[in-house]
Design a binder for this molecule. Sequence first.
Ligand code: HEC
Length: 127
Amino acid sequence: MKKALKIVAYIVGGVVVLVLIGLLYLTTAFPKVSPPQELTINATPEMLEHGKYLANHVAGCIDCHSTRDWTKFAGPVVPGSEGKGGDKFDEETAGMPGTLYAQNITYDRSHERRESTLSDDAVPCVQ
Ligand code: HEC
């Protein structure tokens, strides 16, 4: 009986050690993300116009990353709030647990990402 318990203890201990090794591997080896590339993009007016088209009409970035006027039909984007963020996603609005806000994705003139609201000198990154 004692021997059987010892064997079970060794098996359980072995499984625990294997699980710990697996967790250590997963937490140290992932995510496998390479460092960001240094990119310099010389935007032409055509490129900016194409980006605006993509953000507004194809990918819908501006739909979520702007203030919407939900008192009106289909909640149009409030002019001047493009890219500023603010659309709320929760149980009531999106049927999901928790609360998420689409963030401000504008850049200021020094190209630092703004954390909260659109300031006077902020330029939406899609313009
Ligand atoms: C369906 C709504 C929706 C659309 C469409 C959308 N986003 Fe978002 N986005 C979100 C939400 C919500 C978050 C916040 C997620 C979080 O807090 O984890 C977010 C986060 C981000 C962030 C991270 C901001 C930060 O401060 O970390 C960036 C950048 C971003 N979106 C860019 C874009 C771009 C570019 C597009 C279009 C290609 C886009 N999003 C389309 C809803 C959207």
